[in-house]
Design a protein. Structure first.
Length: 233
């Protein structure tokens, strides 16, 4: 298990690689793929995309008009010896059918103020392992699984997509870095420690329906919530 400092170093290196990624190469990939949305709505479902993670500015936006739509992002990052989970941000709640709470009859009801990840999707620019474990860049999410391809996109639009996508990925990494710095400082200040066995035991109980405390990082603070598995179903 990596220490907080090791995790921070790895994220900072990832951010540097992101900023060094050749814009011309990304633009060419966008042009070749030629993605066009066909309004299938699959990307707005839990089954297809898991959850919508929100940057802090998006969390603030949701709180201004639909605060009940926010839940602690799943996949909690850490746990202290007192049994409290920690996570780097919020996600959007889904409806009973697993679709985004803002999706109605296949259309986004907040499209004019949709969130950062929704604006750049399905374009991605981060590294992750493939099925063989080889780590490489991922530029498109759900390729050939939804939407239309081969649509002509002019150079200006390709450049805009590339810039916005890189900006989103950089903001995401920045939030992850600030979260781990704040968590490191909190643990040092309050004498807390990350115990993997405690994490695993509590996650087992959580999956069986037990209520747990989750502290969500937002604007430099940790906000406490009580959640159960039903929160995410």
């Amino acid at each position: 298990m990596l220490s907080f400092d090791e995790e921070i170093d790895a994220l900072e290196q990832e951010r540097e690689l992101l900023l060094q990624y050749p814009e011309e190469e990304f633009i060419e990939i966008i042009r070749e793929v030629g993605f066009s949305c066909d309004c299938c709505g699959q990307c707005c479902t839990r089954e297809f995309n898991g959850h919508v993670f929100l940057l802090e500015e998006d969390t603030g936006s949701v709180r201004s008009f639909a605060p009940d739509a926010l839940i602690p992002a799943p996949g909690f990052d850490a746990c202290d010896q007192q049994g409290r989970f920690y996570v780097s941000g919020y996600a959007l709640r889904t409806g009973p059918d697993g679709s985004c709470i803002f999706l109605s009859e296949g259309r986004c009801t907040v499209y004019d103020r949709r969130f950062s990840i929704c604006r750049v999707y399905p374009y991605m620019l981060h590294r992750e392992p493939d099925e063989t474990g080889r780590v490489d860049w991922r530029q498109i999410s759900g390729l050939d699984e939804h939407g239309c391809y081969g649509t002509p996109i002019d150079d200006a639009e390709c450049a805009r997509i590339a810039r916005e996508t890189r900006a989103y990925e950089a903001a995401f990494l920045d939030q992850e870095i600030r979260f781990r710095r704040a968590l490191r400082d909190l643990f040092a200040r309050e004498g807390l420690r990350y115990v993997r066995r405690t994490y695993d035991l509590l996650m087992r109980d959580f999956r069986k329906g037990a209520e747990v405390e989750v502290r969500v990082f937002h604007r430099g603070e940790f906000e406490s919530h009580r959640v159960t598995r039903a929160t995410y179903e």
